[in-house]
Design a protein around this ligand. Structure first.
Ligand SMILES: [Zn+2]
Length: 131
């Protein structure tokens, strides 16, 4: 675990947390460089107080920055908040069709997600799970 000093409203706390070990850009396992630590604009309350750290990928051919939000889990520890960075895709799909074919609904949902992310070719005609 890594120890970080975080300024919350009113006082500074030592917080123990784990740095991320996978770069969100290149997807490789790495030991990121800590670039900056935010202050928290909240009073310290376990399970509610959050703050962020900025890291830089350690691979020389990546070296991209990324921010991670942490939330306090106890008086002295915090865990990473998982983000998907994927905006929600809302699909209005008739329940009757979903009840007729889950597989068709699944393909339709995946196509809507692919379309929202501007994928042009997403279907290879292979099903990886059995329905
Ligand atoms: Zn990277």
């Amino acid at each position: 675990m890594n120890k970080i000093n975080i300024d919350f409203l009113g006082y500074t706390k030592n917080i123990y947390l784990n740095y991320p070990n996978v770069c969100p850009h290149c997807g490789r396992v790495m030991s990121p460089k800590l670039v900056s630590v935010s202050n928290s604009d909240q009073k310290f309350t376990p399970k509610h107080s959050s703050f962020s750290l900025t890291f830089k990928c350690s691979y020389t051919d990546c070296q991209k920055y990324f921010a991670v939000e942490y939330i306090a889990t106890s008086e002295s520890q915090a865990r990473k908040v998982d983000y998907s960075y994927r905006p929600p895709v809302n699909v209005n799909f008739p329940a009757k069709i979903m009840s007729l074919s889950n597989m068709f609904a699944s393909i339709y949902f995946q196509s809507a997600i692919a379309e929202s992310e501007h994928f042009r070719f997403n279907c290879r005609g292979r099903v990886s799970e059995s329905y």
